[in-house]
Design a protein. Structure first.
Length: 179
């Protein structure tokens, strides 16, 4: 009998997590994209929007859907507000990831959770191992400028808004240098 493995895959923006995920998918791993789960979480947990409104005020569009840019403006205005957002969102997202992983293990031996905030969310505690993808800052900057159609200044704001390298590397069981 083969063992099932749940692997966390993370790294800074532009490091190349998607490239590494694609490689593992080619080798037969099931990939859970944390960004996709986070976008879909509102379709599954209808209470989240109410919780966010309670925490951040009127962040709804006229049609009562979530105004993501207004939420981001308010939630990322201070570390304390970001923590409030994370305390609401991370448990709901982690639950969906767990559910998807359970289903995936019916047909796959390895499930990889590709998520930028997997460490911060506490999900790595559920993982058998953690892979951190790294790349030099200049390469990451060029990648996210192309990927997200950003100028250099906005790319650097995103890069500098993340935790330092040691935060990621201290949690790594494996490191992939994707330069």
């Amino acid at each position: 009998m083969r063992l099932k493995k749940l692997v966390g895959l993370t790294g800074k923006t532009g490091a190349g997590k998607s490239t590494v995920s694609a490689y593992f998918k080619e080798k037969g791993a099931y990939i859970i994209d944390g960004d996709v789960v986070a976008r879909n979480v509102f379709n599954v947990d209808k209470t989240l929007i109410d919780k966010l409104v309670d925490a951040f005020g009127n962040i709804l569009n006229n049609d009562k859907t979530l105004n993501r840019s207004e939420l981001a403006k308010r939630a990322f205005s201070s570390p304390e507000k970001t923590e409030i957002l994370n305390s609401i969102m991370h448990p709901a997202i982690n639950k969906l990831i767990e559910n998807e992983a359970e289903k995936a293990f019916e047909n796959h031996d390895v499930v990889i959770v590709d998520a930028a905030a997997i460490i911060e969310s506490g999900f790595t505690k559920r993982c058998d191992s953690v892979i951190v993808v790294t790349a030099p800052v200049e390469i990451r900057k060029k990648r996210i400028m192309i990927r997200d159609s950003l100028n250099e200044e906005n790319a650097l704001i995103r890069i500098n808004g993340q935790k330092d390298d040691e935060f990621y590397l201290s949690k790594a069981d494996f490191i992939v240098n994707n330069d």
